[in-house]
Ligand binder design. Structure first.
Ligand code: PLP
Length: 402
């Protein structure tokens, strides 16, 4: 039966040039991004400074675009309008959020993370909050986190649980609902990193009742670099007092009042200065397409194709470093065939676009625009590389992976 999602392929130019299996790292660029960036240039060229104000155009003005794009993303994560703001990257979004929370209660000085979280998240916590006890839960199998151990660690001393919704190495889906439930029961808050979830699995931050959720558009949402979004539960927004801030967060920025700073009460409360405007244009086509394709259809296909990858890996005898139960697995399959690093270099040389992560293996991440034949193809090429020995020519470059 023909796969209707393949009708989207024409919208993604790179698919005609290679086997693009890396949407967990950088989603394919939608063709419409050319038009959107042209629109950005046109707006700047014709309106100039007037692009900031609302009198000259129907679309959201530059001033409001961070929030308007946040509102486009919000339905993809079950968030209400006004609760999501776009930032430049997750590291800065984390820093802004941490600067806005109160960590002064010495009886609550514990923050829980895992050793499978994205390191940048942990760097930010450690550097911004040196007085806090960062409690790290370590993976026992290099793939998952033990749920009982994690939940048991969340206690009355815990101020914040900062972890991933889906782990970036293995695509293990963390038990987000249980984490939020336990954290709230003991008076702690939860920040989830949703870089590997939004755009590939259905997410509902409202139903989850999570406090904070930060994710990126550049992977599964095909929105390109420079687009990260932060959700704050609406009732919490007013409680936040960001110390990393700026005039975009001011209720009356054009009062230029140096004495008084009144923070906005919507998501702009966590804004700072002039945004990188081009990225706010580039993000939009990917977000629109993901919304049109629909997360139920994307997830259904993702399950089918990741399942196919697991079957093919099992048949070939390669170690699978992603969960086998589909309920526990996001959109990526991580494989560890022998000589995984060297194979990954040869795959790239043969236009099979994947990546390799230390401590994990080769990550293969099909998206809704990939065909089952492409999934089979990447596995056939791995077999060919092992059989013809061409992986060996990459052995020396290993020294460059640190
Ligand atoms: C889970 C996760 N978090 C964060 C990032 C990137 O962080 P930033 O937006 O600060 O560059 C990545 C990028 O690969 C990621 O996989």
């Amino acid at each position: 039966m023909p796969d209707p999602l393949l009708n989207w392929r024409d919208q993604f130019p790179i698919l005609a040039t290679c086997n693009y299996m890396i949407s967990n790292s950088l989603g394919a660029m939608p063709r419409k991004v050319y038009d959107k960036l042209h629109e950005y240039a046109d707006t700047w060229a014709t309106l100039g400074v007037r692009a900031w104000g609302s009198r000259y155009q129907d679309n959201p003005t530059w001033w409001e675009l961070k929030g308007a794009v946040g509102d486009m993303i919000a339905p993809l994560m079950g968030a209400p309008p006004g609760s999501v703001l776009v930032h430049e990257n997750a590291s800065i979004a984390n820093s802004i959020l941490l600067s806005a929370l109160d960590f002064s209660d010495s009886a609550r000085n514990k923050i829980i993370v895992t050793d499978q979280d994205f390191p940048s998240d942990v760097y930010t916590l450690r550097n911004m909050l040196p007085h806090m006890d960062i409690h790290m839960i370590r993976s026992r199998d290099g793939m998952t986190i033990d749920t009982d151990e994690l939940l048991a660690a969340i206690d009355e001393r815990t101020r914040l649980v900062s972890t991933s919704h889906i782990l970036f190495r293995s695509a293990y889906i963390m038990p987000a609902a249980a984490i939020v439930e336990k954290a709230h029961r003991v008076g702690a808050q939860v920040l989830l990193n949703g870089y590997h979830s939004i755009g590939v699995i259905p997410v509902d931050v409202t139903a989850l009742n999570v406090d904070f959720y930060i994710g990126g558009t550049l992977k599964w949402m095909c929105g390109g670099p420079g687009g990260v979004f932060m959700y704050v539960r609406p009732d919490l927004l007013k409680t936040l007092q960001p110390r990393i801030t700026g005039w975009f967060a001011h209720q009356r920025p054009f009062a230029f009042d140096v004495e008084n700073f009144t923070l906005r009460e919507d998501a702009y409360r966590l804004a700072n200065g002039t945004p990188a405007m081009a990225a706010l244009y580039a993000i939009q086509p990917g977000v629109e397409i993901i919304a049109q394709v629909g997360l139920a259809a994307i997830r259904e296909k993702s399950i089918r194709q990741t399942e196919l990858l697991v079957q093919l890996a099992d048949a070939a005898g390669y170690e699978v470093v992603s969960p086998r139960r589909v309920e526990e697995r996001g959109g990526t399959i991580t494989l560890r065939p022998p000589h995984a690093y060297e194979i990954s270099r040869e795959l790239l040389a043969r236009d099979q676009v994947i990546d390799y992560r230390e401590g994990a293996g080769i990550r293969i991440a099909p998206h809704f625009y990939n065909s089952d034949d492409e999934v089979r193809q990447v596995m056939t090429v791995i077999r060919d590389i092992l059989e013809d020995g061409s992986w060996e020519r990459h052995a020396r470059s290993r020294a460059f992976v640190t």
